[in-house]
Design a protein around this ligand. Structure first.
Ligand code: NAD
Length: 255
């Protein structure tokens, strides 16, 4: 579907009037980087139901089974590259218009695109964490052999390592939560990209921003649970809509 230029122009104007902008991103922001969201048919999540595998109870009960899923996930994450949508958000930050990205994604792609202020609401799959002593490791770290048949163990206390991804049943990291609430209170407008807005508490952030007077701009392939509350829903791929929007905003800046 062709982008509606008028809506892009109007949204660019709104963002410039109401900056600073804060973004909330979900799995849809990385679909064009080859990482399936929870909804795509035939993807990773058809094989590994997240409600069965991505729970802390499942991990503690049978870590080997969950590590098998994590090895497949690593195969997909390891090959992925930032897409045009990630890069457009990094450009908006560089231009001083986007204050921060709160991401539900664990793929590190915003950081790889050059975004600096990224709040990892659900952790980061590029790190491992010891469940006992809380030591962190890079998965590429030479101390940790990611062997398909063996669960990695902590070098310090020998407990099982888990990717630093927030599983269902685990708390959101306190610093991410605090920083997100602060950003929501301070933002002039919020842009919500590629999320079905169903996973709490992230799904509540746009509504909190709206209560503080921030307009909500949604970018998604389809209407979502949030669309009734959003001031504008831009229907289309994040990798197409965000570069067009970033161009329209940056063109309006005085040179
Ligand atoms: P979700 O799967 O529930 O929803 C994805 C949304 O993105 C849908 O509304 C879909 O219409 C939209 N979408 C798909 N492709 C798009 C595109 N190219 N452009 C714009 N929108 C597009 O994902 P969620 O709301 O993020 O919640 C699922 C949870 O699982 C979150 O915690 C999420 O971060 C995690 N998850 C993360 C990754 C990742 O790190 N890349 C991948 C899958 C799931």
């Amino acid at each position: 579907m062709a982008l509606d230029k008028n809506i892009i122009e109007q949204t660019a104007k709104l963002i410039l009037e109401r900056r600073p902008l804060v973004a909330l991103t979900g799995a849809g922001a990385s679909v064009e980087s080859g990482i399936p969201d929870f909804r795509s048919a035939g993807g990773l999540w058809d094989k590994f139901d997240p409600m069965e595998y991505a729970t802390i109870q499942a991990f503690k009960r049978d870590p080997q089974r969950v590590w098998n899923m994590l090895h497949e996930l690593e195969g997909t994450l390891g090959k992925s590259q930032p897409n045009a949508g990630h890069r457009a958000l990094a450009r908006l930050e560089e231009a001083g218009l986007l204050k921060a990205i709160i991401t539900q994604n664990i793929d590190n792609l915003h950081q790889e695109a050059g975004s600096e202020e990224v709040i990892e609401f659900h952790g980061n799959g590029r790190r491992l964490r010891c469940l006992r002593c809380n030591e962190f490791y890079a998965p590429s770290s030479t101390e940790i052999a990611l062997d398909q048949d063996k669960i990695p163990h902590c070098q310090h206390c020998d407990a099982i390592l888990k990717p630093d991804i927030i599983f269902f049943g685990e708390a959101i990291p306190e610093d991410a939560l605090e920083r997100s609430y602060q950003l929501v209170a301070e933002c002039g407008a919020m842009i919500i990209i590629g999320t079905s807005a169903t996973v709490m508490p992230a799904a509540a952030l746009p509504l909190l921003a709206q209560q503080r007077g921030a307009p909500l701009i949604e970018v998604n392939l389809e209407r979502t649970e949030l669309s009734h509350a959003a001031d504008t829903t831009l229907i289309g791929k994040a990798g197409k809509v965000l570069p067009a929007l970033a161009d329209a905003i940056i063109e309006r800046l005085p040179s």
